[in-house]
Design a protein around this ligand. Sequence first.
Ligand code: DQA
Length: 145
Amino acid sequence: AKILLLNGPNLNLLGTREPEIYGSTTLADIEQRLAKQANAAGHQLDTLQSNAEHLIIERIHAARDEVDFIIINPAAFTHTSIAIRDALAGTAIPFIEIHLSNVHAREPFRQHSYLADIATGVICGLGVDGYDLALQAVIRRLEQH
Ligand code: DQA
């Protein structure tokens, strides 16, 4: 099956960006590790990081009828984007929302997500482990079908 990993704005800076919050692993490291894990389970992982809301929306549209599951760290768009919510709802592709940091332990504006209530599940606060755990959960769900 096909799995799509989406990362939102500023996550291209992972590894150097506020490492005390986001850790020292780069996004390239995460994407490579997840692609390997997906391949080992017989699946294919596509990835996109974008700082542009419309590119994320257009990738979700293109994923319709092509992608079986999405793993998304929407970054700051989590807290602002009705449009990304509508894209996910409109294509009806199941997705897991992830955050590196524990958004509930941070500023109040990070505690609301426009996506969480329509997600299959949400993982936050576990750093890069959250990406691995999300992929494991996706693989198990794909195997149940
Ligand atoms: C984030 C949390 C968001 O609040 C923030 O805007 C990010 C990263 C995380 O992974 O912890 O850019 O999604």
